[in-house]
Design a protein. Sequence first.
Lengths: 237, 342
Amino acid sequence: MAAPSLPGSGLLKGLGLTFKTMLSPATTAQYPHVKPELPPRTRGVIALMEENCTVCMLCAKECPDWCIYIDSSKETVPVEGGRTRTRNVLDRFAIDFALCMYCGICVEVCPFDALFWSPEFEYAEYDIRELTHEKERLREWMDTVPPPPPLEEGAVPPAEIEAGIAAARKEAEEAVAKAKAAAEGGGEPEAEGPQIDEELFARLVAEGTPERAARAKAKAAFVKAQKRREREQGGDQ
Amino acid sequence: MATSVFALEPLWLALLLQALAALLLFLIGAVVVGYLEHKVLAHMQDRLGPMEAIWHGIGQLPADGLKFLQKEDIIPTAADRWVFALAPAVAVVPGVVVIAVLPFGPGLWLTDLDAGIFFALAASGVTVLGTLMAGWSSANKFSLMGGLRGAAQLISYELPLVLAAAAIVIQAGTLSLPGIVEAQHGFTLFGVPMIYGIPHIIGLGLFFVAALAELSRPPFDMPIADSELIAGHMTEYTGMRYAFFMLSEYAGMVILSALATVLFLGGWYPWPGVGLPEGAAGMVLGFVITFAKILVLSAIMVWLRATFPRMREDQLQRLSWSVLIPLGLLNIVLVATAKVWF
């Protein structure tokens, strides 16, 4: 049972509450004058990192609204000393934000980190056609993409980063081991610089062979000679 | 006693100035109280209210007025045209008329009627006729219900209002509003100069509650009751005619606050027994003090609006007939006894 209270005390309590609210600062955000503080993963607009795009068309295919328009062409790239390669060139990349429903599937599905969310949202237009942002406009949105938020403490880092760190650590350990071996054994110091057969390289360049090809041949010769040396040493023992 | 500053020769000049002053006071009072309501209500609801017009939204009400002027004036086909068109004026004019007898400072009244309080209450009662006319002529069942509720509310609450005022008239011994202020100035309670509002606390409460109901302000806004009746009698109104109803509501707040100030809070004197300087300085100071008291009372009206939910129609009637009116009669008996006793 509630404690007996004075009649009308509830009315006074209500008056007190409204008075207290009046004295506390209002929560209203003065939007056009004060920009809102948006969370870093806000889905405002989609930005395109054009350099990363390989025209794989995954985003356009996955888009539920079909609001991504991609045109591309093939370009042949001549390769010296090899067959010519073909490369995809992005001619048009446009997102129609009048159709887009901001599901973010395109950003999720992009395997090459070419699409990003930006928290910018002030791109309303008087004409609906203006809402189709071409790749130049989408590239400009890239400048507004915030850096990825830091990982939580104790979180497992992404696989590719972990692999990179492991490779770097292994390399460093090897370098340390090598340095140790050199200091202790005083053995044959490792050849500095590119391990190629200098004599053969110089001869081939003199004969007019292209430098790249000459270097490759000289390296092959050096490796062959080294293997032979190792075999001979093994035979001795 | 001081005479009105408008007691001028020739008569036509005095009349012109009086009409102009009444209209100006009406408009300025309504706009100031309207802005007060916008802001106080907003902050009580954790908002900021109007912020864009000029500075902190002080130009919001004039801007709204300009907007209303530009709007189309729609009269429903089935409406009773003449009554429909006349109703907003009937709601507004009593407000301007009542201002004529309200004292806003020493000498700052348009006319000093011998039956001032009687005239003020009678004239402000006419406002509800506008509500009733609007409700009837709109040919809309929600409007009609709003109008009838307004009429029922007036009948119920005019009584406690008059009873509360009658007790003060008995105390002061005069019906004239400046006369009541002067009588209150000389009033002492056990030798201490005192405003009527403290010994007459019952009367003040009665008057204030009845005034809220007279204005159909929340929690007594059944005639408008937006969640039940759309906007009651105002449902079919647009543009300037709608603005007139809003204006009469805000002006009504000013008028009834001014009446309460005169009857219970000592009018233009800061406190009974504390005098004002002679001449123009006293007038300005008296006007400022009166207006400050009016604004405080209006702010309390807004405060009540922000806090309490709307009452039900039967609760409203029960409160008036079984609580306020008996209390009002008892109050008169007490005051009359005390007046004879001391």
